[in-house]
Structures are given as C-alpha cells and as structure tokens.
Design a protein. Structure first.
Length: 528
C-alpha cells in the first residue's frame, strides 16, 4: 500500500542546512505493522510526518525520494488531494497529545470534526459515533464529560482521545508516533491489544514509531532501525531482535534501566513529611443546570515521607492522582493537610517565602513541549531560574552553568540558541531536566521524566539521576507509569488508585511480594 523510496529530508534554518534523513526506503503491505526505532533525533518522527506532508515547508525539503500511496506520489499531490487522504485514508496519532489537541475545543468537537468533514455526518450522528469511539478506547467515564477540554484530562486520557480521533474514519493506514508514551502499563497493554484487534478487523496497516522495544516486539511484523537519519538495519522483527547484525541495533537491545539505587544512610534526615493531604476539584455543571455539582476528590488522605538522598516512586494508572499529588506538594494546586519541608509547613507559608523555597524544590513536568516557552531559546529557558534565584551571577557565569548542565544531560551546548520546536521529544525532555537541575535543588519532583526517551537514553538518565543523588544527596519523587524505570531508581514506592494509597513499602518487597490485588495487576501488565 505504501512505498517509501530513497527518501531524504533536509531542514534549512537561518541559512544552515541539516540533513535529517538520508536515502531511506521501506514498504508497508496491507494489514501489516512496520516499526521504526532508534534514538531520539534519529529521524523516526520526521519520516512519519513527511508521509502526510506535515513538516514545516518550505523550511523542510526533500532532495530525493518518493512516497507512493497506492502508486501515487504523495510528495507531488496538491493540498486539495492531500486533504482527502489525511484522517480519511491515512491517520496519525501524534507524540504529544497536549500540543496536538486544540485547547479551545471540547473533546466532542475535536473527535467529531473529522466525522463532519469526511463523512458529512450531522451533529446527532457524530455524537453517536464519538460515544462509540470513547468506549472503544476505554474512556467510558468521559461519556458524561463530552464538553471537557484537554487541560481537564490526564495525560493518558488525552492520548486516548487522540487515538479515538485517528480511528474515527477507519483509515487504511494508521501512523502511530509513540502511541503509548503517556499511558500506564495496564492501559498500554489494553491499547496495544485494541490496535491489534482493530488492525485485524479493518485489515489496517500500521506504521509504529516507538522507543519501547517491548512494544515493538509484540506489535510489529517488520522493524527498521534508524541512526542519525539513516536506516542501518531492516527486516523481520523476530530476526532483528534475536540476531541483530548492526552494532547500533545490538547497543539498543542491550540498553535498559538496570540496577537499584544506592542505600540511604540510616541517619539520613527527613526532608519532606506529608500528612493527611487532600486535593478536591469543584465539579462543574452546565450554565442552566440546577443539579448540584459533585466535587472530584483527586487525592485523599495521603501520608508520605522522603529522606535526604532517597527516592520515592509513585505509580498508578492514568487519573489515579499521581501528578496531582506532586503539584500539591509544590503548592501549584490548592490542598488541605500538612506539607512539611525541613519542618516548615509549605501550606502555611506566605507567597514570598514560598517563592524562595522553590529553589530547593524543583519539578520536571510530564509534557516537555507544553512546559517550555516557544518564544525562548533553550539557553534562556535553562538559565531562567538563575536570573530569579541567583542574582549575583554575571552573564558569563550563567552561560558557564548552562553549558555545564547541558553537557550533564547529554545536550550539545552549541544548540543553546535553538527553540523547543527544533528538538525531538526526547531532547525536549532533557531540556526540562536541565532547567530543573541547574538550580541544584534538594528535592526534585520528576513527572514521567523518561516517558519520551528512547531505551538507551532512559538508561543514561537513570544512571545520571543516581549519580547526582549520590554526589549531592538529592531526593526524588519519581512519578511514572514505567515500572521497570521506577524499580531502578526508587527506594520506596507508593501505589495509587482513585486518589488513595493502596500500597506503600520498600521497592524490592513491593515488586517481589505485592500485597494488593491492584498492584499485582499493574505488575502483570508490564510489556517485556
């Protein structure tokens, strides 16, 4: 159905040309799944985006190549012809749902848009199909919240809304760019099973972009390994993963978070102590509704503590309250209860004192693109905290600190004048990490810090976090749906469900002998 032949992609920015992809080729037969894997910045996503001509033209160009869809070259089609194919014959699930979804439109309007445009459905027909799609992607709870906006959903819920939009018109080819990045392990397994089921029912082809080799192993018939814009290996998935020929493929397969964190000294002081923390959101009703709105209790009666040099992992399904708990500890959300940091109750501090305290407590947000200013170069973004909290530094001293932290997180300091949209998802995650670490905090809250990273960089970031913890007695609250990464970094783990803690204990005990049924279900859903 789809043939990519000798494709090259260049980007010309300020007179400088970057060769992003060079002379790659692959075919996608009907009903088959082809996966593209490789490290962040290897050219996977730009290859996928070029199929529907979604690159920033004319800054992007194709010095060579053809992309044949049923024998017709997509690169030579007019915009009118392409619009008939986009979302109708070929659909795409974007990597970052928060930035791909329109913040001003409800989820019903966004999902139904493709149905109205391509299927000419009326409002009633579109709503019926939207409800079917929400059920299809396991979002039954949103049937009463069709007027909800993207910012009111969790990361996993936003990802599933994107999947519902992509599947609305039953496309022949689905391009899935990291479709399970923001999903917890149980939902990841469900979504992968769903995609497989739909693929068989609809005889749909799938182009899967992923850094998760466990997902690729379960999903793909063929796999292409990309490195620095070139296809270094291509073949049947079983053959490539069991007997890789290229050294780079061998390196990818050997890379995964390993080991455990170093022990915390018995006399380590308690840095953070949380007692009976509650977060509730006021329920919303329609403008003319006379029903009483029910409050949503996102976090209920949570107790926890973190010592100096200790990592507390927080796991649970999407919507369980993990991120809400992290934001409440930082006082970015209103909460009830005690949040004691070195004995001071953060909930009782005036705003001025809380601002000074933020140097010690930093956060890496879940969505790196949404948390980085699109109008600032990354060097400015990373240095911004220094301008607020370390006023005595000169310009040169700030630049030296920026260079140092960029090298630590494996970013090229020469790229400091580029903007966030010029980086891959994994690179943007590292920019966020650099921004938080440059202030040398004592407590770092990491919200899905490795979700957008490929396996080799995941392992590097885990090693980096452990080294920084050892050198600087850093404490972490590590929020993640990736249980393998959580196990590699955490001393203790909290398991959350519906805003409550269902299990809390030492990491090794929880993994080897889980007590709660829900914890057992999470562990059984890990994709290897």
């Amino acid at each position: 159905m789809l043939q990519v032949k000798n494709l090259s992609i260049d980007f010309n920015v300020a007179g400088k040309t970057t060769h992003a992809v060079r002379n790659i080729g692959f075919d996608i037969p009907r009903g088959e799944t082809v996966a593209l894997v490789g490290e962040s910045g290897s050219g996977k996503s730009v290859t996928a985006l070029s199929i529907l001509r979604l690159l920033p033209y004319p800054m992007a160009s194709h010095p060579s190549g053809e992309i044949l869809w049923h024998g017709k070259d997509l690169l030579k089609m007019s915009e009118v012809e392409l619009r008939k194919i986009r979302s109708n014959e070929i659909a795409i699930i974007f990597q970052e749902p928060m930035t791909a979804l329109n913040p001003l439109h409800s989820i019903e309007r966004q999902i139904s848009e493709v149905l109205v445009l391509h299927k000419r459905m009326n409002r009633a027909q579109a709503r019926k199909r939207v409800l079917e799609l929400l059920e299809l992607v396991e979002l039954d709870r949103l049937k009463d919240r069709l007027d909800a906006f993207p910012h009111q959903l969790s990361g996993g819920q936003r990802q599933r809304v994107m999947i519902a939009m992509a599947l609305a018109n039953e496309p022949e080819l689905l391009i899935a760019d990291e479709p399970t990045t923001a999903l917890d392990v149980t939902v990841q397994a469900e979504i992968l099973a769903l995609l497989k089921k739909l693929q068989q029912q609809m005889n749909m082809s799938l182009l899967l972009i992923s850094h998760d080799l466990g997902v690729v192993r379960h999903m793909a018939h063929k796999i292409g390994v990309m490195q620095k814009g070139k296809m270094v290996e291509f073949g049947d998935t079983a053959t490539v993963l069991s007997a890789p020929q290229h050294p780079y493929t061998q390196k990818l397969l050997a890379s995964k978070p390993q080991g455990t964190p170093r022990d915390v000294p018995p006399d380590a002081k308690e840095l953070l102590h949380v007692e009976m923390l509650n977060v509730a959101f006021k329920g919303s009703t329609g403008l003319f509704s006379f029903k009483k709105a029910n409050d949503v209790h996102a976090v209920q009666n949570v107790d926890l503590s973190v010592r100096a040099g200790e990592t507390l992992g927080i796991v649970g399904e999407s919507g369980s309250g993990k991120t809400t708990l992290g934001l409440a500890i930082l006082r970015l959300l209103k909460s009830d209860g005690k949040i004691l940091y070195l004995g001071k109750d953060l909930n009782a501090l005036p705003q001025a004192e809380m601002r000074d305290m933020r140097k010690d407590i930093q956060i890496v947000f879940q969505d790196p693109f949404g948390s980085l200013s699109p109008r600032m170069a990354i060097g400015e973004i990373i240095a911004e905290g220094l301008k607020v909290h370390e006023l005595n530094l000169s310009h040169d001293e700030r630049q030296n600190r920026v260079t140092e932290i960029m090298q630590i997180v494996q970013l090229d300091p020469e790229t400091r004048n580029r903007f966030p949209h010029e980086f891959s998802g994994g690179q943007r995650q590292r920019i966020s990490l650099a921004r938080a670490l440059i202030l040398k905090p004592k407590l770092l809250i990491l919200d899905e810090p490795t979700s957008a990273l490929d396996v080799s960089v995941q392992a590097q970031i885990v090693d980096l976090l452990r080294d920084l913890q050892q050198k600087h007695q850093l404490s972490y609250i590590f929020i993640s749906h990736d249980l393998r990464v959580v196990r590699a970094v955490s001393h203790k783990i909290i398991v959350m469900k519906d805003g409550k803690i269902v299990e809390y204990g030492e990491s090794h005990s929880l993994f080897e002998n889980p007590q709660d049924t829900y914890t057992k279900r999470l562990l059984s859903a890990i994709v290897n």
